[in-house]
Write a protein that binds this ligand. Structure first.
Ligand code: NAD
Length: 246
């Protein structure tokens, strides 16, 4: 690891991190660009994760999310998630600021102990009413699928941002603010193809932050980043934290 990167990280006032599906890949969660498996192999996520798909076939979409929740219940956060938890502790422990912006809906950052998390695309563990948007904390598994909203009787859906939907405004504002005010920005495990999250590293660059990309593959960001580590996040993040904080 180049020595300047850990030093800049250690001295940063505000670190913002953007994570994508790649950070959960080493926990065994497929990225969208990997093929679906088993029963679901014949569907493209883009044909399941839209309001239109849900209106067309709510049972199918609900069952896909139930299957994804089941997969998630059998996996654990990986060393990349834990390294980010450690990074947050080290930075906030000496009065700095740390913002973890994630496009992942799997809740693994929270399970790993991260605290200041901005969930740009929602969380698969929550549901909300399709009709009125009210968040519902618990729901009954019933014959009738999808289950119904206890308030209005409307159909329940996962509290995630589907293709074609806008991001939660408060979360997006927080993410933009972090990108504009941080001095060290890490883009890890994201293809930087899905907007508006993809523009956050560029925003950080415009505001003079050091931008580090961690991804085994090239992305549109790679040649513009201040530095790029072509590595798995589950390996590179723990190494980075060890080199910076020892
Ligand atoms: P993406 O599938 O577009 O890209 C994943 C990126 O991760 C790729 O660039 C790939 O090279 C990289 N990658 C793969 N393995 C890696 C590893 N071990 N370490 C580091 N990088 C690795 O994912 P995206 O950019 O997050 O955007 C796709 C959308 O899919 C997002 O909106 C996200 O909400 C959604 N999604 C979320 C999950 C999840 O919650 N775990 C899973 C699939 C998709």
């Amino acid at each position: 690891m180049e020595t300047v990167i850990p030093r800049l990280l250690r001295d940063a006032r505000h670190i913002a991190v953007l994570t994508g599906a790649g950070v959960s890949a080493e926990s065994g969660i497929a990225t969208f660009r990997d093929a679906q498996t088993g029963l679901w192999a014949k569907y493209r996520p883009e044909d399941l994760a839209t309001p239109e798909a849900y209106q067309r076939n709510p049972r199918l979409v609900w069952e896909w999310y139930q299957w994804r929740r089941q997969v998630l219940s059998g996996v654990s956060p990986n060393p990349g998630h834990f390294a980010l938890t450690e990074m947050e502790k080290r930075i906030t422990g000496r009065g700095g600021q740390f913002t973890l912006i994630t496009q992942n809906v799997d809740g693994l950052h929270r399970r790993a102990g991260s605290r200041n998390i901005v969930e740009l695309h929602g969380n698969i563990g929550r549901v909300k009413c399709f009709a009125i948007g009210t968040i519902v904390e618990t729901w009954e598994i019933a014959e009738d699928v999808p289950p119904r909203c206890p308030n209005c009787g409307g159909m329940l859906r996962p509290d995630v941002v589907w293709f074609g939907e806008t991001l939660p405004p408060a979360a997006l504002a927080q993410a933009i603010d972090a990108a504009e005010t941080c001095d060290f920005f890490i883009s890890a495990g994201t293809s930087t193809l899905v907007q508006p999250a993809a523009s956050l590293p560029w925003l950080a660059l415009q505001h003079n932050a050091f931008v580090l990309e961690i991804n085994p593959n090239e992305t549109p960001l790679t040649s513009f980043a201040s530095a790029a580590l072509h590595a798995l996040s589950g390996e590179a993040l723990p190494e980075l934290v060890a080199a910076a904080f020892g």
